[in-house]
Design a protein around this ligand. Sequence first.
Ligand code: GLA
Length: 328
Amino acid sequence: MEINLKDKYRRYFKIGVATSNEQLEKDVKLILKHFNTLTIENEMKPEHILVQPDTYDFSKADKIVDFAIENKLDVRGHTLVWHNQTPLFLFDELDPSNPREEMIIRLRNYITKVMEHYKGKISVWDVVNEAIEDKGETLLRDSPWLTTIGEDYIDIAFHIANEVNPDAELFYNDYNATNPLKRQKIIDLIKGMIERNVPIHGIGLQGHWNVNSPSNSEIREAIEAYAELGLKIHITEMDLSVFNFDDHNKYEFLPDDLLKKQTERYQTIFEIFREYKNKIDSVTFWGVTDRYTWLDDFPVQNRKNWPFIFDEKSKPKDSFFAITDFDE
Ligand code: GLA
């Protein structure tokens, strides 16, 4: 029988993919064949849903969610509270006599509206995305949520989410979560939340990695450290850039040596994931095939990247065979 990812990994963890409506249409067969959980790449973010103050548009996100439900796929809700891709009007014209309280009401309204809309359909939410500062000693990054509400905006968001749907699994999701400095900050944040009885159930490690980093030991140490908190772990946004972050090279076609390096990295990283199958619940790729990736414009604009295990023609790459070549 031809290999498919979700069956090959059924005793390990769920295999997910982030998609837009456009990608879903193009690669529907591939998605149905290989994946058992979906994330909506952009169309469920606040800027797409809250189109005007008090006007919500769920239509684009609903199309993907309905497709998932019809086909018995899980959906990860992504994302409720974030400094990015969130309309700025949400923070405008606050009552100067009590801006914090008014902002908490807006936060409550937004989370309630979105989670209620998807009740019974989505049971896992990235409640807060990327709240930690990457560098230095500062714990929380600059964000309009932080400036309007204060440091407890994260606790408040999780409490609200839990009130709206006490059965939902609530996640904190971040990138560079394997970097030792940032990892410690994420752990400090979450330990504090647990001590304050904030309902948090999981941590999302985004997995925007590249062919050179993070190291195997950084990946292991991160998984072990987060698992020690007693939280579920999801790898939420896996893509393996063929470029280091500060590399500005450009290629018309993916050079063989980089393809080989990427294949080896994918193989090793999935070996590590399988080793930690009791701690990892799902691994989601941040895109379907090399035909489209957000990395084509980040961090270098208009530069092709090839971060996935399916190529531009939706065919499995060597990395696909490398991560499925094991005895179950
Ligand atoms: C972050 C976000 C995602 C997405 C990627 C880039 O990782 O969590 O929603 O925006 O950046 O596509």
